[in-house]
Design a protein around this ligand. Structure first.
Ligand code: 13P
Length: 246
C-alpha cells in the first residue's frame, strides 16, 4: 500500500500539479492550512519542523493534527520536516506519522546515504515514507541552518535515491529557506532531468518564489512544494493586529 504522503505527490504529478507542504506551527496554523486546502479542493501536507515537534511532543502533535483532519474533507498527511535526530524520526514513525524527512545533507555523501537508509528501513517496515536531501539547501529553517550550502548534481542525486531507498528527494536546486534578498538563480536544467525520475521531486524554500518560478518548477516535475516563512509571517502579523485591536 502506498503511503498517504507519497500517494498525494504522485497524484499531483499525474495532473501536472504539485502538493503544497506547509510548515504548521500550532493549532491555528494547522486549521487555517486545512481550511485553505478545503477551499481550494486540494490535498495538502502538514509538516511541522523538528523544533515545533520537540516543543509540543510527538504524540501531542499527532493527536492535534488527527483531530483536525477528521473535521476537514481533504486528504492531509502529516510529515516531519528536516530531521537530523534519528530518535525523533523513529518516535514519529512509531506514533503513526505518514512520512519523515531526514536531513543529513551536511554530512559526506556516504554518511548521508547510510544514516538516511537506516531510517528508510525502519520506516518502510511500518508503512511510512521518507524524504532525503542531496546538496545543501541554504538558509535557516527554525533550528536547521545551512552555512555551507552547495548545489546538487544529477549523478549524486540518482545515486542517493538508489542507495538510500528514499521515497521523495529534495535536491539543492538554487532555492533557499527564508526570504530571498535577490531573485534566486534556479537550476531548471537539473530540475528537468530529475523531474523525469520516478521518485517525486521536492522543492524547498517556497516563500518568495515568483508565480513563474513555481509554474516552471512544477511543469518540470516538482511534486511537492514547501512553504514555511510566508505562513509564519502572515500568522504573526495577523496575531499582532488582533491583539492590538481586540
Ligand atoms: P520557506 O521558509 O522559504 O518557505 O521554506 C520552507 C521549507 O522549505 C521547509 O522545509
Amino acid at each position: 500500500m502506498l503511503q498517504n504522503n507519497l500517494r498525494v505527490m504522485l497524484d499531483a504529478r499525474k495532473t501536472g500539479s504539485a502538493v503544497a507542504a506547509i510548515n504548521i506551527l500550532n493549532y491555528n496554523t494547522a486549521r487555517a492550512t486545512l481550511r485553505a486546502a478545503q477551499a481550494a479542493g486540494r490535498d495538502v501536507i502538514l509538516q511541522p519542523s523538528t523544533g515545533t515537534v520537540k516543543r509540543y511532543g510527538v504524540s501531542e502533535t499527532y493527536s492535534m493534527v488527527e483531530g483536525l483532519r477528521r473535521a476537514f474533507p481533504v486528504r492531509a498527511s502529516l510529515h516531519l520536516d528536516h530531521c537530523r535526530d534519528s530518535a525523533l524520526a523513529r518516535a514519529c514513525i512509531d506514533a503513526g506519522w505518514d512520512s519523515v524527512m531526514m536531513d543529513f545533507s551536511a554530512l559526506p555523501m556516504e554518511e548521508n546515504i547510510g544514516k538516511t537508509r537506516e531510517i528508510v528501513l525502519y520506516a518502510h517496515e511500518r508503512g511510512v515514507a521518507v524524504e532525503g536531501e542531496v546538496g545543501v539547501i541554504s538558509g535557516v529553517e527554525e533550528d536547521i541552518s545551512a552555512e555551507n550550502a552547495h548545489p546538487a548534481n544529477y549523478e549524486d542525486t540518482v545515486r542517493f535515491i538508489r542507495e538510500s531507498g528514499v521515497d521523495a528527494i529534495a535536491p539543492s536546486i538554487g532555492t533557499a529557506h527564508g526570504f530571498y534578498k535577490n531573485a534566486p538563480v534556479l537550476n531548471y536544467g537539473l530540475t528537468e532531468r530529475l523531474g523525469k525520475l520516478e521518485t517525486p521531486l521536492v522543492v524547498h524554500g517556497g516563500t518568495g518564489l515568483s508565480p513563474e518560478a513555481f509554474h516552471k518548477l512544477i511543469r518540470l516535475g516538482a511534486a511537492k512544494v514547501n512553504i514555511s516563512t510566508a505562513l509564519k509571517q502572515t500568522y504573526l502579523g495577523t496575531a499582532r493586529g488582533e491583539l492590538q485591536n481586540p
